[in-house]
Design a protein around this ligand. Structure first.
Ligand SMILES: Nc1nc2c(ncn2[C@@H]2O[C@H](COP(=O)(O)OP(=O)(O)O)[C@@H](O)[C@H]2O)c(=O)[nH]1
Ligand SMILES: Nc1ncnc2c1ncn2[C@@H]1O[C@H](COP(=O)(O)OP(=O)(O)O)[C@@H](O)[C@H]1O
Length: 186
């Protein structure tokens, strides 16, 4: 008999630890971790149509338009429909949450609530391995060798949108957009 497939969402501002928590849960329980931000960065690196469209928004710390991110995430979810999944970074607005509601019943929503100053500290110390999306923090979980990915030995980078100006804009936008999403899930 087929078992029920888990549909879960992790909400939280930039730097709250969505990616870190999702990666750990996904590894421990064998779920698919789907990160909208990682997916967009991959598209930007590949210069795909979505990537070219999304680039300017990510660079400025702005949200990608709802219709763009919703259609790409719906296509990704369609491909993963026979697997357990955990969504990280999507939905981020009420329009996105309503679109997700139309295609599935969520089992679980986790909302990470972290103080603003802590978010800024974490983002300024965040380094990533762009190809895999692996996330490090120079204080919390540093790589074995400074600036180098533990698994591949490739260089780590700091995201452009983790620079202080972009961070402030992102945190502001997050608050506005997330409030109705959190209300909906309550
Ligand atoms: N001190 C501390 N740092 C954390 C924790 N969880 C994640 N981080 C670090 O904080 C930064 C942001 O985490 P990330 O998972 O990328 O957050 P996201 O933007 O919500 O996906 C990264 O550098 C993580 O390594 C935590 O529980 N404590
Ligand atoms: N659901 C989404 N809706 C609109 N834009 C998104 C969405 N997910 C990701 N993005 C874009 O990608 C950027 C990075 O997202 P993400 O990797 O989830 O990082 P963080 O949680 O640290 O902001 C966002 O600032 C935004 O520009």
């Amino acid at each position: 008999m087929a078992s029920k497939l888990l549909r879960a969402v992790v909400l939280g501002p930039p730097g709250s630890g969505k990616g870190t928590v999702c990666q750990r849960i996904a590894e421990s329980f064998g779920l698919q971790h789907l990160s909208s931000g990682h997916f967009l960065r991959e598209n930007i690196r590949a210069k795909s149509e979505v990537g070219v469209l999304a680039k300017q928004y990510l660079e400025q710390g702005l949200l990608v338009p709802d219709h763009v991110i919703t259609s790409v995430m719906m296509m990704e979810l369609e491909k993963k429909q026979s697997q357990h999944w955990l969504l990280d970074g999507f939905p981020r607005t009420l329009v996105q949450a309503e679109a997700l509601d139309r295609i599935c019943d969520l089992d679980l929503v986790i909302n990470l609530n972290i103080p603003f100053e802590t978010l800024k500290d974490r983002l300024s110390a965040r380094w990533i391995h762009p190809a895999s999306g692996r996330v490090y923090n120079m204080e919390f979980n540093p790589p074995d060798v400074h600036g180098i990915d533990d698994i591949t030995g490739e260089p780590l980078i700091q995201r452009e949108d983790d620079k202080p100006d972009a961070v402030a804009a992102r945190l502001r936008k997050y608050k506005e957009a997330a409030k109705p999403v959190i209300e909906l899930y309550k």
